[in-house]
Design a protein around this ligand. Structure first.
Ligand code: S6P
Ligand code: ZN
Length: 191
C-alpha cells in the first residue's frame, strides 16, 4: 500500500473545476455516437455541427490499491441528441461488489441505475442530493436541465470500470424529451 500525503482540492460547484488542476477526461459525441438511440441524428450533428463536448471528468489519480478512495467531479453539458438528453457512457464496476456515492453540486440530472438481473431505478439529483450507488448496480447520469449538471463521486480504488457491457447491450432506460418534459422510458433496443 502506498503512503500518500494528505491533500485537498477546492471545487467550483458551478463548473466542477478542481484547484489545483487535476487530470481531465473529456468525452465528445464521437466517443459515444453509437450509444444514442438516434444514431442518424448523432451522425448528422457530427458532420454538420462538429464534435461537441458531452461531458468532462476531473479527478485525482490514485493507485488502484485496497483502501485508496478516488474522487472526481463530472460536468455534463446541457443539450440533446435528437430527443435524448446528454449523458455519460455509464458502467458497471468491474468488481461488481463495490459501491459508490454521488453528490450533486449544481444543475439537474437523473442518475439511472440497473442490475444484471433486470432491476432499474432512477434518482433525480439537484445540488445537495447525495445518492448511493449500491454494489451490483450499473450507473449512468443524464443532464435534464438547461445548465451544466455537475456532481462529485467517491468510490473505492479497486472497483474498476466495466464499460463494455453497456457498450454492447445499451442501458435499459432512456431519458427523452416528451411533451416538453424529460421522461424516463424503456429502451426498445435494449438487448
Ligand atoms: C466512477 C464514477 C464517475 C464516472 C463519471 C463519468 O466510478 O461513476 O466518476 O466515471 O461520472 O461517467 P462514465 O460512465 O463515463 O465513467
Ligand atoms: Zn462508477
Amino acid at each position: 500500500m502506498s503512503l500518500i500525503q494528505p491533500f485537498k482540492s477546492e471545487i467550483d460547484f458551478a463548473t466542477g473545476d478542481l484547484s489545483p488542476q487535476r487530470a481531465t477526461l473529456r468525452r465528445r459525441l464521437s466517443d459515444m455516437k453509437l450509444m444514442y438511440a438516434d444514431r442518424n441524428e448523432a451522425a448528422r450533428i457530427l458532420s454538420e455541427e462538429g464534435d461537441r463536448l458531452i461531458y468532462e471528468v476531473q479527478g485525482v489519480e490514485l493507485p488502484e490499491e485496497e483502501g485508496q478512495i478516488p474522487h472526481c467531479t463530472t460536468r455534463i453539458l446541457p443539450g440533446r441528441v435528437g430527443d435524448e438528453y446528454h449523458m455519460t457512457k455509464g458502467h458497471y464496476h468491474a468488481r461488481r461488489e463495490q459501491g459508490e456515492v454521488y453528490f450533486g453540486l449544481s444543475g439537474r440530472g437523473y442518475l439511472l441505475l440497473q442490475t444484471d438481473s433486470g432491476q432499474t431505478s432512477e434518482i433525480e439529483m439537484v445540488a445537495g442530493s447525495a445518492a448511493y450507488v449500491p454494489p451490483y448496480w450499473a450507473h449512468r447520469t443524464v443532464n435534464i436541465g438547461a445548465e451544466d449538471f455537475v456532481f462529485f463521486s467517491v468510490w473505492e480504488a479497486r472497483a474498476g470500470h466495466d464499460y463494455g457491457t453497456i457498450e454492447r447491450d445499451g442501458f435499459r432506460m432512456l431519458v427523452l424529451l416528451r411533451d416538453g418534459q424529460p421522461t424516463v422510458v424503456d429502451n426498445p433496443k435494449y438487448v
